[in-house]
Design a protein around this ligand. Structure first.
Ligand SMILES: Nc1ncnc2c1ncn2[C@@H]1O[C@H](COP(=O)(O)OP(=O)(O)OP(=O)(O)O)[C@@H](O)[C@H]1O
Length: 240
């Protein structure tokens, strides 16, 4: 996938869901994975030609793992001309050592989101951009269905009452495999997650399930996503 292709997906999502307003200050949550780094590149390019002017900040919530070297990400942000803030936390120690959580992802995710909201607000941002892609949206639908018995997934735009910050997900139309290809081709400075729970989660199981079903049922991912767009799920609308 070329940058133009990525930008066409992002621009369409931003316009369909009115994700960006004139004067927005947008904090991009950088996990240092392929999605958030691709999002950083896309929004930086969008800034050049999008009719509404907006500003960007890049933020990583460091979870406190030892082997998490962000120096290449720092250099990358500098090259792009986006200010980068790394916020150090003890989330990993709290989740794994102190609380010995049986479901560490849930507590970690809550604490990480809280920290990201706080830092974004401190830096004067009114929006937070997250790197969830089309496959993440589909997987979340199936996870809600299979594990919680309800029909739900993340929305393209979510306003958080308590922190008065709006979450936007400009990659919702981009398939994960395109992002993987883009990250490789562009040599994005992806840092492997040091989390021991990475890759052994419910999300990973669901991802593999969709992957194997798609071999039997071509277009499965597109149909799932189309069903979300045509559904009554909060925040989605049909493009037809
Ligand atoms: N430690 C973090 N600091 C800042 N933002 C984060 C962090 N972890 C996750 N995010 C944000 O939340 C989004 C979803 O998180 P998740 O852990 O599901 O990432 P992912 O799907 O693996 O994406 P990525 O490839 O960017 O890691 C990320 O794309 C990123 O925007």
């Amino acid at each position: 996938m070329k940058i133009q292709h990525l930008l066409s997906y992002v621009r369409r999502a931003v316009q369909d869901y009115n994700m960006i307003e004139e004067g927005d200050r947008i904090a991009i949550g950088i996990s240092a994975g392929k999605d958030s780094l691709a999002l950083l590149v896309a929004l930086r390019h969008l800034q050049y030609f999008y009719p509404k002017k907006f500003e960007l900040e890049a933020i990583t919530i460091s979870l406190g793992f030892d082997n998490f070297d962000l120096s290449a990400v720092k250099a990358f942000c500098e090259k792009l001309g986006v200010r980068y803030t790394v916020y150090e936390t003890q989330i990993a120690q709290i989740v794994f050592d102190e609380r010995k959580e049986s479901n560490p992802c849930s507590l970690c995710s809550k604490m990480r989101k809280g920290a990201l909201n706080d830092i974004a607000k401190e830096l004067g941002c009114n929006k937070i951009a997250l790197g969830h892609n089309k496959d993440d949206i589909n997987e979340t639908l199936l996870m809600s269905l299979f594990y919680e018995g309800r029909i739900h997934t993340m929305s393209p735009v979510t306003y958080l009452d308590r922190s008065e910050v709006t979450l936007i997900r400009p990659l919702v139309y981009v398939p994960e495999r395109d992002i993987k290809y883009f990250a490789k081709k562009e040599g994005l400075p992806v840092v492997k997650s040091p989390c021991p729970a990475d890759g052994v989660t419910r999300r990973e199981t669901t991802k593999q399930l969709i992957y194997s079903l798609e071999k039997e049922i071509p277009q499965l991912s597109n149909r799932l996503f189309g069903a979300i767009e045509r559904s009554e799920i909060d925040g989605w609308k049909s493009r037809e």
